[in-house]
Design a protein. Structure first.
Ligand code: IMP
Ligand code: MG
Length: 187
């Protein structure tokens, strides 16, 4: 196939979730958050886990009406391929003091759960947060290695490598406006 006659999405064998599907999931979870915080004077801290959670965080946060703070943390666990790594590297820290605060971790995907377990421990044990829960776009339940609770999930998916909507393969395709399965012929 030449680049001229390739359909635009030759890169993907399947679209799993469109941006409309994702927005609906964001709306559903935002409502749960609003119901919990609307009559309280608590201001939770939403921590967006870079880079993958950026698009999902944008959708989710736009639907939440309660007062909140946003911060970012960059961790790396994949190192480029299609298998999770067990070594989690903290690339950049929070700039917010989360002591005695509710932390809501915004993640793109929980796969082995090792990154999430690392983050929950960091917020609770090292930073003294009063709670650390996760709002993940996708939950790949089947291959969990860490015993960690996933409080809010947009969708549960099987063990298939997906990209788009923030998720990458070797740092590319984060900008694709849907969650898709890679065409095995292109990797
Ligand atoms: P963990 O295995 O739960 O620690 O997940 C680590 C990270 O791996 C996630 O935050 C994603 O950035 C990445 N990841 C896991 N599964 C996929 C996938 O199917 N596609 C792209 N990235 C993934
Ligand atoms: Mg990630």
């Amino acid at each position: 196939m030449t680049s001229e006659n390739m359909p635009l999405d030759y890169r993907f064998s399947k679209v799993l979730f469109t941006k409309e599907d994702i927005d609906k999931a964001a709306q559903r979870i935002a409502k749960l958050i609003d119901d919990e915080y609307k009559n309280t004077d608590k201001i939770p801290v939403f921590v967006v886990v870079l880079k993958g959670a950026v698009m999902w965080a944008g959708d989710l946060l736009r639907h939440i009406q309660s007062d909140l703070e946003i911060d970012f943390m960059n961790i790396s666990s994949y190192h480029g391929g299609t298998k999770s790594s067990e070594n989690i590297e903290l690339i950049s820290q929070l700039s917010t003091d989360v002591e005695d605060r509710d932390v809501l971790i915004i993640e793109d995907i929980v796969d082995t759960g090792l990154s999430l377990a690392f983050l929950k421990d960091l917020f609770i044990k090292e930073m003294g947060a009063s709670s650390a829960r996760v709002i993940t776009m996708l939950d790949k339940k089947a291959i969990r290695k860490a015993d960690v609770e996933v409080e809010f999930a947009g969708f549960e998916i099987d063990d298939v490598f997906i990209v788009g909507y923030g998720l990458d393969y070797k740092e590319i395709w984060r900008n694709i406006p849907f969650v898709g399965v890679i065409n095995p012929e292109v990797i």
